[in-house]
Design a protein around this ligand. Sequence first.
Ligand code: GLN
Length: 308
Amino acid sequence: MGKRSADLGQIVSDIAAQMRDQEDRGAVANYIPELAAIDPNQFGIAVATPDGKLYTAGDAGVPFSIQSVSKVYALAFALGSVGDQLWQRVGVESSGLAFDSILLLEQEKGKPRNPFINAGAIVTTDTILHGSSPKELLGALLRFIREAADDNSIHINEAVAKSEIATGNRNFALAYYLRSHGNLLCAPELTLGTYFHQCAIEMSCAQLALAGRFLVSAEGMPQLVSHERARRINALMMTCGHYNGSGDFAYRVGLPGKSGVGGGILVIAPGRASIAVWSPGLNQFGNSKLGTDAMHLLAKRTGWSVFG
Ligand code: GLN
């Protein structure tokens, strides 16, 4: 089931209008001081389709901190650099635990469950950082994202990165714990400095929807990775992209997605569209509350769930 283009414009503006009036908007992440100061009364949505169109509504042009959405790009980059060797250091199973949990790491001897929880993302960044410098790697990662979005203005917000370096004790704990198991090759400060900067990349919904097109695998969309690789990244987004809220998102939306504590979610409708939603208030899983609600509505109105 598909939707005619004319309808999509209407659908995104209807959703933005509905989200504007919501009273319960969730809670803004407060453990990164720079994010705690963001106005929760914002909502944006953008949908990029293979015919080259971009449908936007609400605050789709306002840049936000992509945070864990960056893990998708780090993963694509890592698979491009070391291929399946990555899976010797990180798994492909959902964790059923919060994004920053340390619990399973002891039981599973320092091998994180998947590349989207913090421990797994830290290992992924460490893998591509090894043999390079933070500056070189961040430059290459930015180039990859800029090429995906076809937008050279995408940049890192240095204040957000610094803010997280100052307060990221939990991530430091994860990194040292990984290192004690021999699963962190670079110095924890270097890997985390790179990881925090990667998370501090800023994009608007419009930019993020464009930057996600390479995962749609459709004619008319940029092809930066093979179809097989895109399929696997999408599988991980579906099963692990929302941490312990992944089942909830799959049940309500039925599309692969990756959230970030900045309130952004990148969602892929395979063969159909790349979608970005953003609203800074988070639900109990640390995923955008209104972003999830909006995706629920979009999936319902378009019939785009991969489950038919
Ligand atoms: N930079 C954040 C952290 O490591 C990313 C977490 C997230 O977006 N869920 O805590």
